[in-house]
Ligand binder design. Structure first.
Ligand code: PLP
Length: 419
């Protein structure tokens, strides 16, 4: 979807100056928009005592952005040592951090336990004896398998590598309790970019049913359920936005019923990435080439290193051209990678684009730069923050060739093996 009218209004009068100062390409993020979404989320879930959003750091792992989210009271969902490190550098501690790793290594367990620890969310029953010191509070990730359907991006739960199988849950909590855990949470993440609120309500319902079953089996109670991330945003014009107020109302009903039966309710946690920041970013590029063969190609000065989603998932990202309107021409908008899926748009109706035009690729506030890779020696661009006061701040510099060649700088290490 085109970026919000408010973001557009903040950006347009400043765009030429920003480009003149910083040069293209860059991702630019809108602080005011991120804060607005954060406040709306808090508002929608204010009826839930102890509600917590753990921002999925992988979506936009920039310390300045994380700082903004932290200032609104959100925690961080991490799944790597680098993400733990980023969160801790901002002062996040223990229960401000959820560690949702998969195929977890010993080094990751050690990092998770470091510096005040975090909430451990275990992805498999086999990991229980591998946790170096079992913390008081433990969470497991549930995979319902054939009991639920996922969605396109994340796939069918029965084929997904994440989480514990249905029949392993009770045994897992028992084993964790035997190792000393005494506070419990239950987590799942079944969808990605889902705009249907009913699905998230069903997920809360499903988790609460599991909680009742496990509690009945073991006589434990649960401190929280975590419904995961995956809240969707509209990428295409005309798509509906997710209605978080009715999602909150639906979950609230499910919670009330649980309270009636059990005399308490666990806290509600979530770990959205895309929903929080996705719509509040834009990739600003310049058109540098125009090529006419069997199709018309508009070559821009960014490529997949800045945004993989179109090439990787065939995902739609809305595109506009600064100062131009309409769809007079059907073109492919492409990067410079020697890889034919390096296209930001395929057969898209756009205004007639000339060299030097600013081409804006929308909704790059999540899973954009962070997913970019260096294939073909392509470097990742810089990140800017449009601050609430209207000023602009460089929050990550562009990569340089020195960065790229850094891993070739090492001590010689030759080994003679064999006879
Ligand atoms: C990626 C991820 C998220 C965030 O997903 P969004 O679609 O950005 O909300 C949350 N939790 C876990 C465990 C993830 O892997």
């Amino acid at each position: 979807m085109p970026i919000s009218a408010a973001f557009e209004k903040r950006l347009s009068p400043r765009l030429r100056d920003i480009v003149a100062h910083y040069g293209t390409p860059f991702h630019l993020y809108d602080e005011a928009g991120i804060r607005e979404t954060g406040e709306a989320l808090k508002q929608a879930f204010q009826g839930f005592d102890g509600f917590m959003e753990y921002y999925a750091v992988k979506a936009l792992p920039n310390p300045r952005i994380l700082q903004i989210l932290q200032s609104m009271g959100f925690g961080f969902d991490c799944s790597s040592i680098a993400e733990l490190k980023l969160s801790r550098q901002l002062g996040a501690r223990s229960e401000d951090i959820m560690f949702t790793s998969t195929n977890t290594s010993r080094a990751e367990f050690e990092a998770a336990a470091d510096a005040g620890g975090c909430v451990l969310n275990l992805d498999d029953i086999s990991l229980i004896p591998k946790v170096p010191v079992m913390p008081e509070l433990i969470c497991f990730r549930y995979n319902p398998g054939p009991r639920r359907t996922g969605n396109e991006i994340i796939g069918n739960p029965a084929e997904s590598k994440y989480g514990l199988a249905h029949d392993q849950l009770t045994d897992a909590y028992r084993a964790a309790r035997d190792r000393g855990a005494c506070r419990f949470g239950l987590h799942t993440m079944l969808v990605s970019n889902e705009r249907e609120q009913a699905y998230m309500v069903e997920t809360a319902q499903m988790l609460l049913e599991r909680v009742e079953q496990i509690s009945a089996d073991l006589g434990i109670s649960f401190e929280f359920i975590n419904i995961g991330g995956g809240l969707g945003i509209p990428y295409e014009p005309g798509e509906e936005t997710l209605d978080i107020r009715s999602m909150a109302a639906g979950i609230s009903e499910v919670f009330d019923k649980f309270r009636d039966r059990n005399g308490y309710v666990p806290k509600l946690y979530m770990e959205s990435g895309r929903y929080m920041t996705g719509p509040h970013g834009v990739l600003v590029t310049s058109a540098i080439n125009r090529k006419e063969i069997y199709r018309t190609y508009i070559g821009v000065d960014a490529c997949m290193s800045a945004l993989m989603r179109p090439g990787m998932y065939g995902a739609y990202h809305h595109i506009t051209v600064a100062g131009k309107e309409g769809g007079q021409e059907t073109v492919d908008v492409v990067g410079s990678l020697c890889e034919n899926n390096d296209k930001f748009a395929i057969q898209r109706a756009l205004p007639v684009i000339e060299e030097g035009d600013l081409v804006l690729i929308h909704d790059t506030g999540a899973h954009a730069l962070a997913m970019g890779f260096n294939y073909n020696g392509k470097l990742r661009p810089k990140e800017l923050l449009l601050r609430s006061d209207g000023s602009v701040e460089l929050i990550r510099r562009a990569e340089t060739l020195d960065d790229y060649f850094r891993t070739l700088d090492f001590e010689e290490d030759v080994m003679h093996v064999g006879p």
